[in-house]
Ligand binder design. Sequence first.
Ligand SMILES: [Zn+2]
Length: 165
Amino acid sequence: MLLVKDDAHDNMNIKAAYLHLLTDVMTSVAVVGGGLLMYYFGLFWVDPLISALIALYLIWASFGLVRESSAILMQFTPKGVNIEDVIKVIEEEKEIKNAHHIHIWKLDDNHIHLEAHLDFNEDVALSESNRVIDTLEKKLHDSFDIEHTTFQCEYARDDNKEVIA
Ligand SMILES: [Zn+2]
């Protein structure tokens, strides 16, 4: 349990393993302690009380884990990444008129993915769009820790320009 404790802060799987081991330890201690109290003092109510306390602790401790992993499974936009701020950074590029159809999600604890449509001001060559994409990749990585991007480059395309997050 102590060996995995340090890594439990930044990895959800290890945190789950840590909680599992922690409750195993607590249960073992409770069984021995409860057994002694029952054997020497006849305090039989101690047993269900300890069981209930461990169960409550486990529910409380796993709640955050369930919430966090559900957010990943449901592809929520990660906390700490504001879509409006991301759009602002993208639209700082003079070649880009508008960014829309934004989707930001996580596949695990650390890797943030982004997909977006980029509406260009001019009908630029693909090589020019590459240059803009390179700049955006770097800026989005530095500002928001976004590790993987997929851009759809558009010019005067008649599609939905809503920011769909
Ligand atoms: Zn579009």
